[in-house]
Design a protein around this ligand. Sequence first.
Ligand SMILES: *[C@@H]1O[C@H](CO)[C@@H](O)[C@H](O)[C@H]1NC(C)=O
Ligand SMILES: *[C@@H]1O[C@H](CO)[C@@H](O)[C@H](O)[C@H]1NC(C)=O
Ligand SMILES: *[C@@H]1O[C@H](CO)[C@@H](O)[C@H](O)[C@H]1NC(C)=O
Ligand SMILES: *[C@@H]1O[C@H](CO)[C@@H](O)[C@H](O)[C@H]1NC(C)=O
Ligand SMILES: *[C@@H]1O[C@H](CO)[C@@H](O)[C@H](O)[C@H]1NC(C)=O
Ligand SMILES: *[C@@H]1O[C@H](CO)[C@@H](O)[C@H](O)[C@H]1NC(C)=O
Length: 372
Amino acid sequence: MSSIKCKRVMNGFQRINVIPKSKKLRTTIIWVILLTICLLIFRYKNIKIDQKNIQQLVSHRSVQLVKYKGQTIGTEFEQFYMNVSSDKLMDPLIHKHQYRTFLNTGNECKAKHKFILVFIYSATYKFDGRQIIRNTFGSISNFANRDIQYVFVLGQTNNDTLQGKIEKENVRYKDIIQGNFIDSYKNLTYKRVFSLFWINKYCKDAIYVIKIDDDITINIPLLIPYLNNKINKNITNVLECFTIFRSQPYRRPRSKWYTPLSDYPFPTFPPYCAGPSSIMSINVIRRMYKATSIVPFFWLEDVYGSGFLPWILNIEIVQPICYIKDMHQSVNKKPCHFFYINNIKNVSDSYEMWRTLETDNKLKQNHTCKCW
Ligand SMILES: *[C@@H]1O[C@H](CO)[C@@H](O)[C@H](O)[C@H]1NC(C)=O
Ligand SMILES: *[C@@H]1O[C@H](CO)[C@@H](O)[C@H](O)[C@H]1NC(C)=O
Ligand SMILES: *[C@@H]1O[C@H](CO)[C@@H](O)[C@H](O)[C@H]1NC(C)=O
Ligand SMILES: *[C@@H]1O[C@H](CO)[C@@H](O)[C@H](O)[C@H]1NC(C)=O
Ligand SMILES: *[C@@H]1O[C@H](CO)[C@@H](O)[C@H](O)[C@H]1NC(C)=O
Ligand SMILES: *[C@@H]1O[C@H](CO)[C@@H](O)[C@H](O)[C@H]1NC(C)=O
């Protein structure tokens, strides 16, 4: 807000040249004072955010090593946001939340209470991947009286033909949202924060949010009772996933995940959720969204969104026992995992996995999987 005001003052400053000299001097002085006040307010605001909020959040943990889920981990990465200058918190999207939604779904979130909101990170050109999901588990919009909504999250494209096709697709299915950033691998953190923005704006009454990649199949019949059980036990602050500990940045420039020292100087990342899937309760989403405004941008979205944000908020990551399994090894077997990942990208595996889940569900056996 104050940055906008400052800009207006500057514009006014340029326009006063035509005014007579004495008046001009007085006006100049007034403008200089205003500008100074404006800058002071602006500085003060940022300092307040940096120091008060961050230190409140992490001071109790500022030691070199901590035990986290039985593992000893370094905490040097806390410097990533504890000692940050305010110019690193100026990204219009990540920190100021100036997001716009170019394509949007209907209003279903308001009309009906969603038990699970599934966010599928899809690339603009992946029409087939989206269709497989609609044809398989994505066709279950209600299970055991729990409503489920699926949303494909996309960025922008410069290709007008492609954009036209996406818009047509959305007229038909109304399940795509598109944010104001170019859809690319390097921009996934923008997608992550856009998701948080969108949920807070359009679907903040959902109970759980699940984030997946487009090569994942969800075992809805196993997941719903699992989450019901959490509700019955009043468990909040849910962040569950396949957890990665003590992971080190890739320092070789040819790596797909190359992270130069200038982007991140510390030897390890905080514990974080592997990219393909995670389960979050809505209060975690809300808290993470707020925290984005004080954490500097970092392009690896899983490290940023499920590492830095939960760490700064002191949200513990849990890895359930039945979390994820390779799909190819799981077709036609008893489905006792929440997520299946199509590692070899074989489309028929996705359809077979779906048939496996459907068959198991039709048998209506009480679950023999011991997952909780
Ligand atoms: C914070 O940053 C300043 C300047 O970059 C540096 O001199 C100082 O050592 C840093 N403090 C910590 C605790 O890292
Ligand atoms: C634009 O998208 C269309 C439709 O997906 C595709 O056929 C075409 O090759 C794309 N053009 C460029 C320049 O990438
Ligand atoms: C997104 O990525 C493209 C290239 O991959 C880049 O030009 C652009 O500046 C990035 N950021 C946003 C906010 O779109
Ligand atoms: C859950 O919370 C409700 C209301 O806050 C309370 O009535 C109920 O006893 C709690 N259940 C458990 C298992 O703690
Ligand atoms: C894909 O998987 C199906 C069933 O598991 C198998 O029959 C088929 O040969 C596979 N296709 C490829 C290209 O690997
Ligand atoms: C399945 O579980 C429910 C309660 O969870 C129970 O009422 C029912 O009898 C069980 N059915 C079988 C076949 O075990």
